[in-house]
Design a protein around this ligand. Structure first.
Ligand SMILES: Cc1cc2nc3c(=O)[nH]c(=O)nc-3n(C[C@H](O)[C@H](O)[C@H](O)COP(=O)(O)OP(=O)(O)OC[C@H]3O[C@@H](n4cnc5c(N)ncnc54)[C@H](O)[C@@H]3O)c2cc1C
Length: 400
């Protein structure tokens, strides 16, 4: 069995690790030229769903390395008010104050991706954007810059703008939430530590009560990541070694002077300048955190969500993670469900191979579990965004 994976994000790489461990031939095609050619976010929350999948898919020393390079435990979500330039915790708005997140850990997204790429030089092909596929007894992918490859199964793990989904399930286009995110990362300084409430250490916070709304959280590594790598996977270089603060401006698209196309094409340093301008009337401590940000780590995102779909007939093409069930980051679930999909698909393909059952049956079993879990998470994340996100972020339009 040969599996072709479009996209070397968290889900596609976790799947590739799992398949390779099981001795299944796998090739991953990634459109970016290298793992560091673009910022994909700084800090993510990983809970038991992501943990279980990483334990299933990674070789034992890499799973150990993931555990050792996590940040602090992340137990809850809080809302801070910056009204009148006083930063204090306030109750989560909305009728039911749900737990919002499952307990888990803060994780550097870059570190996790570097761990998922370890030992995969022969498997992952950078600079190969998947353009389209042809499916018959086998499936052939065509690359944007020419050339093709053939396998028994194509997995579209190519994120929210998935080329595989556009061709395979053209009605499943994501829906805009109207929210935009300008994110960055800053060093932890005595000034930022004096500004932020001590309770933020074990949580992630939305900041309201001043314009624009923000999100903020620490990443404090439990161990020196490089020392852990030297011990557990010698030769692996991990980029992030210093603790940091991750921040984001969360703002309605209509309140940004530039449109999506302009902001997506803006270089990180200019985007950082925009973030500094946007926060010039914010709480002075928050403004200082943005000003101290490393300009090259600033990035822009358009927040979209997906619309749950009715079941379709399984085939030798399938989808995983954001490619099929993208969701707002309100519950810290997108990466966790993408990793869980990778764990489920690894298990289903392995059992098809071991029991000699048809591949398409394994894909059907996977898709049932994946869509139930994924669209439940989409509904829950969208509900959180709609129950209180709109109260926190000025000017976000009602959902259509
Ligand atoms: C700001 C922010 C914060 C978040 N925080 C959290 C959190 O705390 N916890 C959590 O669980 N989730 C979080 N999420 C969601 C999470 O980041 C995503 O759900 C997760 O990355 C999805 O993984 P994926 O592998 O499906 O897609 P991605 O990680 O997006 O990977 C897709 C890959 O496919 C590549 N690609 C795209 N098109 C092509 C093509 N045509 N050919 C080849 N390759 C292609 C892309 O370059 C990319 O590398 C957050 C999201 C955002 C935006």
């Amino acid at each position: 069995m040969r599996v072709l994976v479009a996209g070397a994000g968290l889900g596609g790489l976790c799947l590739a690790q799992g398949l390779r461990q099981a001795g299944i031939d796998v090739a991953v095609f990634e459109k970016d030229a290298s793992p560091r050619s673009r910022t994909q976010g700084h800090r993510i929350h990983i809970d038991h769903r992501g943990d279980d999948a990483l334990r299933t898919c990674l070789p034992a020393p890499l799973y150990r390395l993931y555990l050792d390079t996590r940040g602090q435990p992340n137990e809850r979500f809080q809302v801070l008010s910056a009204a009148e330039h006083r930063l204090r915790e306030v109750p989560i708005p909305g009728p039911a104050a749900p737990a919002i997140i499952n307990p888990g850990s803060a994780v550097s997204r870059l570190t996790l991706r570097e761990i998922l790429l370890a030992g995969m030089d022969e498997v992952v092909h950078f600079g190969r954007a998947v353009d389209r596929f042809e499916s018959g007894d086998r499936v052939r992918v065509h690359f944007r810059d020419g050339g093709s490859d053939t396998g028994d199964l194509l997995v579209g793990a190519d994120g929210i703008g998935s080329a595989v989904r556009r061709q395979y399930l053209p009605d499943a286009e994501p829906r805009d939430t109207g929210v935009r995110w300008i994110g960055g990362k800053s060093p932890i300084t005595s000034e930022s530590s004096a500004t932020l409430p001590p309770g933020l250490g074990g949580s992630f916070a939305a900041v309201t009560g001043s314009d624009p709304a923000m999100a903020i959280g620490y990443l404090r590594f439990a161990n020196d990541p490089q020392e852990s790598a030297d011990r557990l996977w010698p030769g692996l270089r991990l980029t992030d070694r210093a603790d940091f603060l991750m921040w984001a401006i969360t703002i309605a698209a209509a309140q940004l002077p530039d449109g999506d196309a302009t902001l997506s094409a803006t270089d990180p340093a200019t985007l950082h300048q925009r973030a500094v301008e946007l926060t010039r009337r914010s709480h002075p401590g928050l403004r200082a955190i943005v000003e101290q940000g490393w300009p090259e780590h600033t990035f822009f995102l358009r927040m979209a969500t997906s619309v749950p779909l009715a079941a379709w007939r399984p085939s030798n093409v399938t989808l995983l993670g954001d490619a099929i069930h993208a969701m707002p980051p309100a519950k810290g679930s997108g990466a966790n469900t993408a990793l869980a999909d990778a764990g489920t698909l690894t298990r289903c393909l392995l059992s098809a191979r071991n029991q000699g059952t048809p591949l398409v049956t394994a894909v059907g079993d996977y898709e049932k579990e994946m869509t139930d879990r994924g669209f439940d998470a989409v509904r829950a994340s969208t509900e959180v965004l709609e129950s209180f996100g709109r109260e926190l972020i000025n000017g976000v339009p009602e959902p259509r």
